[in-house]
Ligand binder design. Structure first.
Ligand SMILES: [Zn+2]
Length: 159
């Protein structure tokens, strides 16, 4: 479980996430989010909305939840927030279970769509890319220092 920096972002050992395969078993509450060519529309607002709806649906968030955006070209993307409850049948609840290749991206968020397109082009088995912004303007004032963890979900081998 990560601890929080004073701004609320998770304090992570990025070397454990860069070019590493993570074994993850995490449940999330999920809501749809529109994308325009892999750029999420109002990602921060949608993540806050997912969090509020999870809580109002009776779920509990860990102290420092993973907050991810499942990238899509247009439709099919989602804003997902980690919840503590497991094994529930709610259709808004989504689970990571298995091994997920992760990489660390440093730089402005606007450069991410190009990176995601390149990942899809390089791997036909890549199902989805999830983005985890682990910095904010307070802890990384310069856009080139923003850190996003990219989590890959492949069609084969993630179970
Ligand atoms: Zn921060």
């Amino acid at each position: 479980m990560p601890i929080a920096k004073s701004c609320g972002c998770p304090e992570l050992d990025l070397s454990r996430w860069d070019q590493k395969v993570q074994k993850l078993d995490v449940h999330f509450y999920s809501i749809p989010i529109l994308h325009l060519f892999y750029a999420p529309v109002a990602a921060d607002r949608k993540l806050a909305e997912a969090e509020a709806r999870a809580v109002s649906s009776g779920y509990h968030l860990p102290a420092v939840p993973m907050r991810l955006v499942r990238a899509a070209r247009f439709l099919g993307g989602s804003a997902i927030v980690e919840i503590k409850e497991v094994g529930l049948g709610d259709r808004q609840v989504f689970r990571f279970s298995g091994a997920y290749p992760c990489t660390v991206f440093r730089g402005p968020r606007r450069e991410l769509p190009k990176r995601i397109r390149a990942m899809h082009a390089a791997d036909p088995n890549l199902e989805s890319v999830y983005l985890w912004n682990v910095t904010c303007p307070r802890c990384a004032p310069d856009e080139k220092d923003r850190v996003t963890i990219l989590i890959a979900e492949t069609l084969v081998g993630s179970e």
